[in-house]
Design a protein around this ligand. Structure first.
Ligand SMILES: NC(=O)C1=CN([C@@H]2O[C@H](COP(=O)(O)OP(=O)(O)OC[C@H]3O[C@@H](n4cnc5c(N)ncnc54)[C@H](O)[C@@H]3O)[C@@H](O)[C@H]2O)C=CC1
Ligand SMILES: O=C(O)CCC(=O)C(=O)O
Length: 452
C-alpha cells in the first residue's frame, strides 16, 4: 500500500471512530456511513473544498431528530405506548422527504441509517428533495383496522407539528401502505385544517399519483434492465430470487412477468417458499394481498399452492441468475453472498434499503458480478413521490403513461450517473457511482448555502 493509500485509510478509520463515539451502539447507522465514507473520502481528498467546509462531517449529523411518545388504546381498552421518530437529515436540495416505517425493529439507529441513505438517493433522482425518515416500533401485524387507525391518529398528533408540504413530506415504507397513509392524512388535515400534499402515496381521488404504488418495484426492473444491457442481456428467460412480498416485491414480480422473467422465491423472517414454476397468474393475485392487505406470513402462500416451505432459511440458497432483495436491511450476509455466486447468480440488484452487509458487498465486488446498491435501484419510489409533490403543487394529474415514462427516464438517468462516476475499465462499481453522484449535488448545495 502506498503512503497516500495509508493516509486515506487512516483518515477513514479516524472519521469512523468519531462517528461511532458520537453515535454509540447505532450499528446500522455506522454501517451505512462506512459504506458511503469509503467511497467519498478519496474524492474529498482530491477536492479539498469539501474537506475545508467539513461537508461529510455535517452530512452524518442529522439537522434534527425527533423522538416522541405515541400512546393509544387497543380494542380491549388497554393503553399501549409506542415510540415515534422522525429524523430530518438534510434539507440542502429540498424539503426533507422519505418514508415512515412501522415495524418492531425500528430504532434510532435504523431511522438514522435510512435517513442518511435517503439523502443520497433523493439527490440521485435529480428532483428537489432533501432526505428524512421516520416511523415507530408499532407492529401492524395482528392489529385490527380500528387499532391501526387509532395508532396512526396518535402518531400524527405529534408528527403534524414537524412536517408540511414545504418542510418535510413523509410517505410509506415497511408496514405503512395506502391504508396507513389515509389515516395519517386524515388526522393531519383535521389538526391543521388544510388540504395539502403533506404526504405522498395518497389515494388517487385525494391527491395521489398514478404509478406511486407500483413505482419502487417497476423502477427496480427499469434499473435492472439497464444493468443487464451492459452485458448484452435482458430480463427474458432469467430466473430471479427475491425475498419480501410486500409493496416492492409484488409490483417487482408483476413487471418481471410482463418481460418474460421468472421469480421463484419469496420469504420473510421465518423462512422462504420455493416456487420453481414462477409466481404468476392467480398465485400473484393471492400474493398481492397477502402482506399488503392481510399482513400474513409467507408460509400461507406455500400452504395455499402446495409448495415447498423452507423453515428458518433465506432464499439465497436457491439457484438463480439474478437476486433482488425486497424485504429489509442486512438480509444478505457474507455466506449468503458466497452461496449465491456458487449457485450461478451473476447479478444482484438491491431493492430493499441496505440489504447486503459490508462483507456481502465485498464478496459481490470481488467476484465482479453486476451489483448495484439500494439507493440507486429502489429510487423509483421516492422519484414518483417527487412527481406526486409536483402534481399536488400544480393541482393537476399526469396520466399513468406519463408518470411511467418519467419514472423510466429517471431510472435510466440514475444508471447513467452510476456509470459516469463508477466505471473502472470494464467494471462498473455501482456503489461508488451512486455514492459519488448523490454526494456531489448535495455537497455543492451545502457549500453554496454556507455553514448552516
Ligand atoms: N415502499 C417503497 O416505496 C420503498 C421501499 N423500500 C424498501 O423496500 C423494502 C420493502 O418495503 P415495502 O415493500 O414497502 O414494505 P412492505 O411492508 O410492503 O413489505 C415488507 C416485506 O418485508 C418482509 N419483512 C419485514 N421484516 C422482515 C424481516 N425482519 N425479515 C425478513 N422479511 C421481512 C415482510 O414480510 C414483507 O414481505 C424495505 O427495505 C423498504 O425500506 C425502498 C424504497 C421505496
Ligand atoms: O416515497 C418516499 O418519500 C420515500 C420512499 C422511501 O421510504 C425510500 O425510498 O426508502
Amino acid at each position: 500500500m502506498s503512503t497516500g493509500e495509508n493516509c486515506l485509510k487512516g483518515n477513514l478509520e479516524s472519521f469512523m471512530q468519531k462517528v461511532m463515539a458520537k453515535n454509540p451502539g447505532e450499528k446500522e447507522f455506522h454501517q451505512a456511513v462506512q459504506e458511503v465514507a469509503t467511497c467519498i473520502m478519496p474524492f474529498i481528498d482530491k477536492n479539498p473544498k469539501y474537506q475545508k467546509a467539513k461537508i461529510l462531517e455535517r452530512m452524518v449529523e442529522a439537522e434534527r431528530a425527533i423522538i416522541f411518545r405515541v400512546p393509544w388504546v387497543d380494542d380491549k381498552g388497554e393503553v399501549q405506548v409506542n415510540r415515534g421518530y422522525r429524523v430530518e437529515m438534510n434539507s440542502a436540495i429540498g424539503p426533507y422527504k422519505g418514508g415512515l416505517r412501522f415495524h418492531p425493529t425500528v430504532s434510532l439507529s435504523v431511522m438514522k441509517f435510512l435517513a442518511f441513505e435517503q439523502v443520497l438517493k433523493n439527490s440521485l433522482t435529480t428532483l428537489p428533495m432533501g432526505g428524512g425518515k421516520g416511523g415507530s416500533d408499532f407492529d401492524p401485524r395482528g392489529k385490527s383496522d380500528n387499532e391501526v387507525m387509532h395508532f396512526c391518529q396518535a402518531f400524527m398528533s405529534e408528527l403534524f407539528r414537524h412536517i408540511g408540504p414545504n418542510t418535510d413530506v413523509p410517505a410509506g415504507d415497511i408496514g405503512v401502505g395506502g391504508r396507513e397513509i389515509g389515516y395519517l392524512f386524515g388526522q393531519y388535515k383535521k389538526l391543521k385544517n388544510e388540504f395539502t400534499g403533506v404526504l405522498t402515496g395518497k389515494g388517487i381521488t385525494w391527491g395521489g399519483s398514478l404509478i406511486r404504488p407500483e413505482a419502487t418495484g417497476y423502477g427496480t426492473v427499469y434499473f435492472l434492465e439497464e444493468m443487464l444491457k451492459t452485458r448484452g442481456e435482458t430480463v427474458e428467460g432469467k430466473t430471479i430470487a427475491i425475498s419480501g412480498y410486500g409493496n416492492v416485491g409484488t409490483y417487482f414480480i408483476e413487471k418481471i412477468n410482463e418481460l418474460g422473467g421468472k421469480v421463484v422465491t419469496i420469504g420473510d423472517e421465518y423462512g422462504y417458499v420455493y416456487d420453481p414454476d414462477g409466481i404468476k397468474g392467480e398465485k400473484l393475485d393471492f400474493l398481492k394481498d397477502l402482506w399488503v392487505i392481510h399482513r400474513r406470513p409467507a408460509k400461507d402462500y406455500a400452504n395455499e399452492f402446495n409448495l415447498k416451505w423452507v423453515e428458518g432459511k433465506r432464499p439465497w440458497e436457491v439457484p438463480c441468475d439474478i437476486a433482488v432483495p425486497t424485504a429489509t436491511q442486512n438480509e444478505i450476509d457474507g455466506p449468503d453472498a458466497k452461496n449465491l455466486i456458487e449457485n450461478g447468480c451473476w447479478c444482484v440488484a438491491e431493492s430493499s434499503n441496505m440489504p447486503s452487509t459490508l462483507q456481502a458487498i465485498e464478496v459481490f465486488q470481488e467476484a465482479k458480478i453486476l451489483f448495484a446498491p439500494g439507493k440507486a435501484v429502489n429510487a423509483g419510489g421516492v422519484a414518483v413521490s417527487g412527481l406526486e409533490m409536483a402534481q399536488n403543487s400544480m393541482r393537476y394529474n399526469w396520466s399513468r403513461e406519463e408518470v411511467d415514462q418519467k419514472l423510466r427516464n429517471i431510472m435510466q438517468n440514475i444508471h447513467e450517473q452510476c456509470v459516469r462516476f463508477g466505471k473502472h475499465g470494464d467494471y462498473i462499481n455501482y456503489v461508488e457511482g451512486a455514492n459519488l453522484a448523490g454526494f456531489v449535488k448535495v455537497a455543492d448545495a451545502m457549500l453554496e448555502q454556507g455553514i448552516v
